[in-house]
Design a protein around this ligand. Sequence first.
Ligand code: ATP
Length: 241
Amino acid sequence: LTLKTVLEVRDLTVSYGKVEALSNANIKVGEGQIVTVIGPNGAGKTTMLSAIMGLLESRGKVDFDGTIEGVPVVERMVARGMNLVPEKRELFGEMTVEDNLVLGAFQRHRAGHRDHAQTMEEVYQLFPRLRERRSQLAGTLSGGERQMLAVGRALMAKPKLLMLDEPSLGLAPLIVREIFRIISELRRRGVSILLVEQNARAALQVADYAYVLETGEIAMEGPARQLADDPRVIEAYLGLG
Ligand code: ATP
């Protein structure tokens, strides 16, 4: 079975001044896959996503959907179907839920697409809670609702590849379960996902393939189920729980 590759990152390296935060990282996401990158605080996970998206200067190659980017540039990556849900959510707190969603379709709209009403309907079907709260100011949402809105807004761009930076951060277990259910549902709808998580247990449960990032380097990789059974992963990331 050969899977079409949506994203292939080769020798991606990022330095902050003299410090190399990401060293020669190689990762691949197949079409319709959920691929996760787990690792401790400060391992370079956010750095990796930012570099792939073109938000940070990097060295290496990013091959997205068959086109090789020398240096990724964020606008181009978004236009080509990549989208990132940042760890800090970055919503417009003084705007309503619905207006935040509309803004997510900005680039698509500018490119001449006029399908945002239908996409919004799909987002509301995925997150009924957002529909209920569509007139509420984003700044007054709960943590879980904010995460839903951040994901919903990214979906308004109809991404081929959705990158999620620690979507479970700071959320109660019940909400975490809901977020992971939605991640699975997105894969079912044909969105490929690159998921960065500190919650290794939940990430390995939902993912097809996994990488372990430690101090800027890919230390291990393999099918998610296999990594979940690996004694080193269990000891370092799964504990007894
Ligand atoms: P966390 O889970 O805590 O968010 P992470 O795995 O996402 O961690 P990064 O945020 O990518 O890790 O950080 C990797 C390393 O690079 C850390 O040592 C961090 O302090 C450093 N770093 C991140 N951003 C910058 C920056 N703008 N300037 C200098 N160093 C940075």
